[in-house]
Design a protein around this ligand. Sequence first.
Ligand code: GLN
Length: 191
Amino acid sequence: MTIAVLAVQGAFAEHENVLERLGIPYVELRKKEDLFIKYDGLILPGGESTVQGKLLKELGMFDTIKEQIQDGMPVLATCAGMILLADKVENDHREYFKTLPVTVKRNAYGRQLGSFYTEQEFKGIGVIPMTFIRAPYIDSVENGVDILSKENGHIVAVRYNNQLALSFHPELDNDHRIHEYFSHMVQSHMR
Ligand code: GLN
């Protein structure tokens, strides 16, 4: 199994550290040619969705990644990555992959004071640490989207078939169960 980590901007190195600790091989996606390496799953890290979206389009990577996701490639999207997947962003006119049928709110906890830590129940795993950094949350989901976790009444984790999207940053805490959960998604897709 090889996991690709989108590495154009944001917190990609932190995801790579977790993959290293779990002994999962990974490749970095920095340019269009990298998309033709064989990989089995994709991580869209946190960062700045507007910058990531712009770079993906400028680098000519956008359409291929969208096709890979639509074709069933397992994807773990955290924070800005979740915004890139969302069908609708209620407080931003920009549009990205639109493969995940949810409506998200960007910077939903406020811009500056929006960073915090909590521990919440995550369906199928148990209580996990959650670090939020100027995070989005999900306002509403369409049919078929499984809600995996809520924080203070807000949806912060969902799964829709091959797409796992989180408002928080599992790569920043010393608990790797989310990455393990994702690696199981990748393994079952490979069978
Ligand atoms: N606020 C960022 C955005 O809107 C997301 C923050 C993050 O990824 N930690 O893209």
